[in-house]
Design a binder for this molecule. Structure first.
Ligand code: ZN
Ligand code: ZN
Length: 342
């Protein structure tokens, strides 16, 4: 099969690899679409050391099962599926305490190291216990958005306590996850203010339904948000940028008793934040990421037809042009979700 393999920083090649052979509890998936994640791009350009070279990247894949191992009971050839990014060990204390897979102390990640290849390839080998069926009516490209959508959906509904028409929501950072947070808020009837310095991404946020877009570099952000919320501030702030100023600004724009969900990673930098505001406002601050408990809920959300999730995709590349796709992603400019179509 043809597959993309990341050998080192800026050394991504498309080459012939052996076709995968399923073990008893595994399936082979013909990959139909695989999203390029900021994490993939950051490992390629050397701004993330999450990966362990060399490996086949890609954890946002969707596809069709073409082969099943002898002990697989619930899936058959022809099933349309997506897969979880990691599998838990089932043995550690966090697994025993019933936490989701990503809290496991020995979890296995796919698309980050040599022994667990990812989905930027013609075929992907997956243990059946990672799989979820794609609901009818959801295309392969839409289904491949489930991983970033899942981060936004879980962060808002679990970590953020949900969202409703009574909320006043602010999203910092309009990359793909910020856009999916915006769609989640709009689907629940909340007015959404999108904060984003890049004009292309602000325009895209407006097109996807943001009630107001704000350039954080043009004037006082707290004043701008107060102006658009009748002086009250935001009841739910979803921080997707990882930017130091944005992180510090979350407490400035927050209403009394508001909730902040932090999603965007900031490279482990320490950021000066006026935490007195958290005390006086009675703020709830939570971290948000994907949770395996929320993947099927997110698939249900995407399949209801209430948001046009495919509009988050701005570019598509064939497998052979994966380097161009990564270069475009690294430019962080006029693109949102980039899909590889093997
Ligand atoms: Zn991702
Ligand atoms: Zn575990």
């Amino acid at each position: 099969m043809r597959a993309a393999k990341l050998y080192d920083v800026k050394d991504l090649r498309v080459e012939d690899l052996a076709d995968p052979n399923p073990g008893v509890d595994e399936v082979v998936v013909k990959v139909m679409a695989c999203g390029v994640c900021a994490t993939d791009v950051n490992m390629w350009r050397g701004t993330s050391d999450e990966g362990d070279f060399p490996f086949v990247p890609g954890h946002e894949w969707s596809g069709e099962i073409v082969e099943v191992g002898s002990a697989v009971r619930d899936y058959s050839v022809g099933d349309r599926v997506v897969g979880e990014v990691c599998t838990p060990c089932g043995e550690c204390v966090n697994c025993k305490d019933g936490f989701a897979a990503e809290a496991c102390m020995n979890y296995e990640l796919y698309g980050f190291k040599p022994e667990n290849p990812g989905g930027i390839a013609e075929f992907h080998l997956a243990r059946a216990n990672r799989l979820h069926r794609i609901p009818e009516g959801l295309s392969y490209e839409e289904a491949a958005l489930v991983e970033p959508a899942w981060v936004a959906y879980n962060s808002i509904w679990e970590a953020g306590g949900g969202v409703g028409p009574h909320d006043r929501m602010v999203v910092f950072g309009c990359g793909p996850i910020g856009m999916l947070a915006l769609l989640t808020g709009k689907a629940a009837g909340a007015p959404v203010i999108a904060v984003e310095p890049h004009p292309y991404r602000r325009r895209m946020a407006s097109e996807l339904g943001a009630d107001v877009t704000v350039d954080p570099l043009a004037g006082d952000l707290e004043e701008q948000v107060r102006f658009h919320t009748g002086g009250r501030g935001a009841t739910l702030v979803v921080e997707c940028s990882g930017n130091d100023g944005a992180r510090a600004g979350t407490l400035d724009v927050l209403a009394n008793r508001g909730r902040i969900v932090l999603i965007g990673l900031g490279g482990s930098r320490k950021v000066p934040i006026d935490l007195d505001k958290a005390i006086f406002k009675g703020a709830t601050i939570r971290g948000g990421d994907g949770s395996s408990f929320f993947l099927s809920k997110t698939l249900a959300f995407l399949s209801r037809g209430i948001v046009d999730v495919g509009r988050v995709i701005t570019h598509r590349f064939p497998l052979e042009q994966v380097v161009n796709a990564f270069e475009l992603g690294a430019a962080q400019g006029e693109s949102s979700k980039i899909m590889i179509l093997p």
